[in-house]
Design a protein around this ligand. Structure first.
Ligand code: FAD
Length: 461
């Protein structure tokens, strides 16, 4: 049998295949100094090359791990020396922008920030946004169904993708580049690939839905003395902005204190002596009264004691400084390794749930550090928990503190990051046996040899 590396090279060219030290020179994640482990990294530059690579690998029973921007937070890109990594980095072209239909067709390896900037050139915006925007790729966003900072107004990736192209394990290309908002002609196949974490196909092209660019935005940083006020303020400001509320990001005091204390150099817009803090943002119409309306609403919230303090951003610099506080998540690691969580649950259950998690952490690890924040309008809480060790035994113990209380209240172990390999053992807490069986059946139909991203989401019986 011909050598696999030679055959891969024949498909993508010598420049398209990395082996040996060129593989281990790459880190497996933007945050981690750990090398990629793989037999080879193959870097196709067209859909046809992706199809030929997968056809070859499938014929040989060769496992393949797709790599996007390597910002995922659930070890979904991990592999072994027996795997081939398929990196989408060379499928990086913006193919078409239709400013009238407000769509853009892009290759999977285009970084999110690049396509956001391209939309802006046409007076449009791609509303999905997350802290990893400079590194994550649209193909990775699709494969994880990423959420981010504006889900409350525009939904998750799923709601912002109109069509896509994916290559199945056997090399079959499914081109479903729909550009219409309405299309009920049979099953909407794109949803098979959105959020399937590279287990059902490799996404090669995406049609994204664009919106009119906001003509300004109003941003405030507010403080609260209890969670009840936060929930009340969410409804108040959403109504006051007439549906224009685009972000509502909550930080518990533990997080606010962390990211506004040296060595972090963020300046506090409001004092730290409160229990919760919120960045809220509303997209504007460009009218001069936008700011007035927003400030009036904030003043009314103060008067009605829905908030206890607030600062309204008066310039783009002030706005950016507020968002920098929310985006300073690299501070999670100040006290050593931290386990990251992304759970979802009903807003009404959040206060008790967070209390319960912290109570069990206090009991298990009296000197732990726990930082809490979230996209609360979407029912999503993030924890970063440092217990002084990253050993699996501690991770399982902390997982139990975070995941077990979700079960009884219908919460999910993943709001937006996915399952990867990190949460496989906990999937049954959020999905029924019938749901998991159907997922496994779909996997078996689309990838009968199980070559695509093995061991991610679930293991096959
Ligand atoms: C600072 C920071 C902030 C973040 N904020 C958020 C946030 O607010 N919301 C959120 O949802 N996530 C967030 N994330 C997580 C991460 O950015 C998202 O999951 C993102 O969508 C991953 O994209 P990626 O290109 O980096 O994918 P990767 O990490 O490379 O891959 C993720 C998964 O998708 C698969 N995959 C990648 N590309 C393809 C493809 N073309 N076809 C098939 N499978 C593929 C991989 O095999 C893997 O299973 C954040 C991460 C960081 C570091």
């Amino acid at each position: 049998m011909a050598d696999l590396i030679d055959e891969l090279t024949a498909i993508v060219g010598a420049n398209g295949v990395l082996v040996g030290a060129d593989v281990s020179a790459r880190n497996i994640h933007v945050w981690r100094q750990e090398p990629v482990i793989a037999k080879a990294i193959v870097r196709p530059s067209t859909t046809e090359e992706v199809a030929a690579v997968l056809k070859l690998c499938n014929a040989r029973g060769q496992t393949v791990v797709p790599h996007g921007g390597l910002t995922g937070l659930v070890q979904g890109c991990n592999g072994t020396a027996a795997d081939v990594v398929l990196s989408l980095e060379r499928l990086n072209k913006i193919e078409a922008v239709d400013p009238v239909g407000r769509t853009m067709t892009v290759q999977a390896g285009v970084p999110l920030q690049i396509l956001q900037q391209e939309a802006e050139k046409h007076g449009l915006m791609f509303p999905m946004d997350l802290g990893a925007r400079g590194s994550c790729q649209i193909g990775g966003n699709v494969s994880t169904n990423a959420g981010g900072n504006r889900v409350i107004r525009f939904g998750m990736t799923r709601e912002n993708v109109l069509g896509l192209e994916a290559v199945l394990a056997d090399g079959t290309v499914i081109t479903s580049l729909n550009t219409m908002i309405k299309n009920n002609a049979g099953y909407d196949l794109k949803h098979l690939f959105i959020g399937s974490e590279g287990t059902l196909g490799v996404v090669t092209r995406v049609v994204i839905r664009l919106r009119e660019m906001a003509l300004g935005q109003q941003t405030a940083f507010a403080a609260f003395d209890n969670f009840g006020q936060v929930a009340g303020f969410l409804r108040f400001i959403d109504r006051a902005m007439g549906g224009g509320l685009s972000s509502f990001e909550v930080m518990w005091r533990d997080y606010y204190e962390l990211v506004t204390t040296a060595p972090a150099d963020n300046v506090r817009p409001v004092p730290v002596e409160h229990s919760h803090f919120v960045i809220c943002e509303a997209l504007g119409t460009g009218h001069t009264n936008d700011a007035e309306r927003f400030e009036e609403a904030m003043a009314e919230a103060l008067e009605r004691e829905l908030i206890v303090d607030a600062a309204v951003a008066k310039s783009e610099n002030e706005r950016r400084a507020m968002w920098r506080i929310r985006d300073s998540v690299d501070q999670f690691f100040r006290f050593g390794p931290a386990f990251l969580y992304d759970v979802s649950l009903a807003i009404k259950d959040m206060e008790n749930y967070v209390r319960e998690v912290k109570r069990s952490l206090d009991a298990a690890y009296p000197t732990h550090h726990c930082f809490t924040l979230g996209h609360i309008g979407d029912g999503n809480i993030h924890f970063a928990i440092a217990v002084g060790s990253a050993e699996p035994v501690h991770q399982h113990r902390v997982n139990d503190c975070v995941y077990r209380p979700l079960h009884g209240i219908g919460g999910s172990i993943s709001a937006e990051h996915g399952i990867g390999t990190e949460k496989v053992a906990y999937l049954p807490l959020s999905r029924s046996p019938a749901e998991i069986t159907l997922m496994q059946q779909l996997k078996t139909v689309l990838d009968p040899k199980g070559i695509l991203n093995p061991g991610k989401i679930f293991s096959l019986p």
